[in-house]
Write a protein that binds this ligand. Sequence first.
Ligand code: NAD
Length: 255
Amino acid sequence: MELNDVSALVTGGASGLGRATAEALVRAGAQVTITDLPSSPGEEAATALGGGTRFVPADITDEATFNQALDVAEERGPLRAVVHCAGRGGDRLRIVDKEGNPGSLESFEQVLRVNLVGTYNVLRLSAARMVGNEPVDGERGTIVLTASVAAFDGQIGQTSYTASKAGVHGMTLVAARDLAGAQIRVNTIAPGIFDTPMLARLRQDIRDGLAASVPHPRRLGDPDDYAQLALTLLQNSYVNAETIRLDGGIRMAPR
Ligand SMILES: NC(=O)c1ccc[n+]([C@@H]2O[C@H](COP(=O)([O-])OP(=O)(O)OC[C@H]3O[C@@H](n4cnc5c(N)ncnc54)[C@H](O)[C@@H]3O)[C@@H](O)[C@H]2O)c1
């Protein structure tokens, strides 16, 4: 898909991977709309990104507000590209703790709600807009979702996060098959350890240790690494139904 002048929506666009992707899309000439929580610095991000970028506050788990973001994106032309980066970290809970108490079901549900139910909401509502587009070069639209390497190598304490991200990986093939008739592609990026605000709360020595555990290149992922792959997935019309690990070759240890 040619991105110049195309209307593109980025969720989680106020921060981290989403913000870097929005920046890359603006550079590629797309008409970019970002959406993020009302409490996020989305307005500042949109101003800094330039290129007429619009910010719409929305919760990805909420149909009404997410539809408002889609409405604004459609004011800028038929929505053809969506990169879904909004998400949250896990709850670092053992299934049974040291005192023998079972992990919190409420906490598990909250992580699944944002990362998995939210992803399905973004997927279904975005695709519902794209099916009405006129095809260009055989495509009506394309969607990139975000999982994590935790979908494959979940660490102890990551039960909820891993379950949510494995769900995103699992729905990728089904969604691509389901939407193939509508000429919409769906792919997923499974990032390793990226240097974003989500990781910034960790101590520097822990961050250094994480960087040293990446086989090659021996560094944390840069949000621009993610943005570059997201744009490739939007642009390359033969990539479909794929989850791509973007991780410098890391395989997470049990803890
Ligand atoms: N940073 C990493 O190392 C890493 C690794 C693997 C996967 N990921 C995934 O990448 C995605 C982006 O992470 P990031 O590192 O850029 O984090 P981030 O915290 O910098 O950005 C995530 C954004 O999502 C927004 N968000 C959270 N819940 C939301 C909701 N309900 N509705 C709308 N917006 C919401 C937040 O406000 C935030 O701006 C997440 O899905 C995360 O799980 C990140």
